[in-house]
Design a binder for this molecule. Structure first.
Ligand SMILES: [Fe+2]
Length: 249
């Protein structure tokens, strides 16, 4: 169907709003890898395609301080994430990826497409990350709490396993809490900007519920080489309400 400029702008605006409010929803797979179905597309968020845009934060840059400082947030969001968005849009121009939503890009990208892998992953991971954080000190409750206790033994055991995974990332990467096809939770990590949605690249495949950015750009201004301290403080600013919403989706 041909799309005139006005329709295109309207669609693009709706898509932008959709990803701002729920970037993860855009990534609920229609493929069997994640246990979804075509029906999962009914929420309309799968129209999210290029040009991708930088999602706004739902809190002030300074709101997460002292756990994550204002300047780190400004640079991380405004420079690093913006850079991934810009480079992703450029990398997919004129390729098959230009017609794919962000989830499809994650699932289809291979090691041959380094720019799409790095910048597409960068855009997805950071979109998820911003929404995983909250200035409110939240505790884990509900179905997610039950699942964590079932799959890890206790919240403390989960926290220890996640901390160990995050500390163990060599160089730049991410630690993840994911939901597998069978609904079980698991912890994993990925190098650089890879993530567990990348079926052709990740060791363990699943739907990310919570991701922790352990690139130095995420903490170095405030913590320098003390990654362990950054990880420890991360637990004070997790948006568990959002993580449970993803778990229940
Ligand atoms: Fe980052």
């Amino acid at each position: 169907m041909l799309m005139n400029k006005r329709t295109f702008l309207k669609t693009a605006s709706l898509a932008t709003i959709a990803i701002i409010f729920n970037p993860l929803a855009a990534c609920v797979s229609s493929k069997t890898t994640h246990g979804g179905s075509a029906a999962a597309n009914k929420n309309g968020l799968f129209v999210l395609k290029s040009p991708f845009t930088l999602p706004s934060l739902q809190y002030d840059f300074a709101a997460l301080a002292p756990n994550i400082d204002k300047q780190t947030m400004e640079i991380h969001h405004g420079k690093h994430h913006q850079g991934y968005v810009d480079k992703l849009n450029k990398a997919i121009e004129g390729t098959n990826f230009a017609n794919q939503n962000l989830l499809e890009i994650m699932e289809n990208v291979s090691e041959k497409e380094a720019a799409v892998r790095n910048n597409g992953g960068g855009h997805y991971n950071h979109s998820l990350f911003w929404e995983s954080l909250s200035p409110k000190n939240q505790v884990i409750t509900g179905n997610l709490k039950t699942a964590i206790e079932k799959d890890f033994g206790s919240y403390e055991a989960f926290q220890k396993a996640f901390t160990d995974e995050a500390k163990g990332v060599f160089g730049s990467g991410w630690a993840w809490l994911c939901k597998a096809n069978d609904g079980k939770l698991f912890i994993t990590s990925t190098p650089n900007q890879d993530n567990p949605l990348m079926t052709k690249l990740a060791e363990k495949i699943g739907t990310p519920l919570l991701g922790l950015d352990v690139w130095e750009h995420a903490y170095y201004l405030n913590y320098q080489n003390k990654r362990a301290e950054y990880i420890e403080n991360f637990y004070k600013i997790i948006n568990w309400e959002k993580i449970e919403e993803r778990f229940n989706a």
